[in-house]
Design a protein around this ligand. Structure first.
Ligand SMILES: C[S@@+](CC[C@H](N)C(=O)[O-])C[C@H]1O[C@@H](n2cnc3c(N)ncnc32)[C@H](O)[C@@H]1O
Length: 359
């Protein structure tokens, strides 16, 4: 994959989101009201150049330090800047001057709009494969986010390793990206429009999981997924049977996680208190915690709730002294199966099943 092709696509070819040829770099998920309210405080020029594919909305952000990889014109950075509040901060990184200059031009406008004494958002020019060269202190971020960018990188492992190094222990990478249901042919991987539209560089989802684990993120959790629809006849022909999803994963930096889900007889109770998630907290697509309910969990899930910023919101019962074997049913991290389950739950059999031609 050629990085100049990507820079040209986002700097010169695309002027606004209406220039996109597929819905890969669009967000069609329903937005919660608090995100709509945050977006109403964001400058129109920033919004016009939004090319994200999912909702990058981790919970419990007050006071957090957040790094946005491939921030583009800054929409997510400015939305998150409101959620972390004046005590938190957001740093956006991007390699494309045209995108970055839109983000940078509006720092002061947003500071005033948010009513902060000092701006809590700044932008840095750089490559996401070389995060170590940006002068950002190691282990200094609570969260690394990204929206439809990692697929564009020629070295995805370098991106994940760099993110891991910049996260505090217990921090997490929470990001939306595009994945394929198979390893793509070289002609798809090198097709400039398919690359620019975030399809050509998409990893086969199972290769992504393996890469994430090898970079230290031992138990990737799938938050949400949706299938992408391609309508352009030329692109459909080029892609053949390959199918794509936009998926959001959360990758915790927790060095003690087991390789699989193991049963130590632990349970947790959500106390409530996470803003906008008072009644139920969804850790991922397969773990929901209604307030006050005693919920059995595997050891890894317990660590995600106890060794991270989520700890104050949970009562944790049990420890790791006795092992009861494999934990049944922690759910899959395969986004295609998850989409299928969501469609079945919604009673929607009209859409094509994952793992078969669906574009
Ligand atoms: C699909 S756009 C998404 C932008 C932004 N996250 C959003 O949601 O609007 C991809 C962005 O990633 C940037 N990008 C792609 N590859 C990059 C790399 N290797 N290093 C830094 N930025 C990169 C592009 O310049 C572009 O702004």
């Amino acid at each position: 994959m050629n990085i100049e092709v990507v820079r040209d696509y986002y700097g010169k070819v695309l002027q606004t989101s209406s220039d996109l040829k597929t819905d890969a770099c669009c967000t069609t998920a329903p937005m919660p009201d608090y995100l709509k309210a945050a977006l109403s405080n964001i400058h129109d020029e920033v919004l016009a150049k939004y090319y994200g594919c999912g909702l990058v909305l981790p919970e419990a952000l007050a006071g957090a330090s957040v790094l946005d990889l491939g921030c583009g014109s800054g929409r997510d950075a400015y939305a998150l800047a409101q959620m972390v509040g004046a005590a938190g901060n957001v740093v956006g990184v991007d390699m494309t001057d045209e995108q970055l200059s839109v983000a940078e031009q509006h720092v002061e406008w947003h500071r005033q709009r948010f009513g902060y004494a000092e701006a809590n958002t700044r932008f840095v020019k750089g490559y996401i494969e070389k995060l170590g060269e940006l002068g950002l202190p190691p282990e200094s971020f609570d969260l690394v986010v990204s929206n439809c960018v990692v697929n564009l990188s020629p070295d995805k492992a370098a991106v994940l390793r760099g993110a891991y190094d910049l996260l505090k222990p217990g921090g997490e990478m929470y990001f939306a990206d595009v994945y394929a249901d198979r390893r793509l042919d070289e002609d798809i991987k090198n097709h400039p429009v398919l690359v620019g539209e975030c399809l050509g560089g998409a990893l086969y989802w199972n290769d992504f999981l393996e890469t994430a684990r090898s970079c230290g993120f031992l138990d990737p959790r799938l938050v949400s997924a949706r299938t992408l629809e391609i309508h352009d006849p030329d692109l459909i022909e080029k892609l053949g049977a390959a199918c794509f999803v936009s998926a959001t994963y959360r990758l915790f930096k927790l060095s003690e996680l087991d390789a699989g889900c193991e049963n130590y007889g632990q349970t947790v109770i959500y106390r409530g208190g996470i803003p906008h998630h008072e009644d139920v907290f969804h850790l991922d697509a397969h773990h929901s915690f209604p307030r006050g309910e005693v919920v059995p969990v595997c050891g890894n899930t317990l660590r995600m709730l106890s060794d991270t910023r989520l700890k104050p919101y949970f009562e944790l019962i049990g420890d790791f002294t006795r092992h009861y074997g494999i934990y049944p049913g922690c759910g899959t991290s395969n986004p295609f199966v998850t989409v299928q389950m969501q469609q079945a739950a919604a009673g929607d059999s009209s859409k094509p099943v994952p793992m078969s031609p669906c574009c």
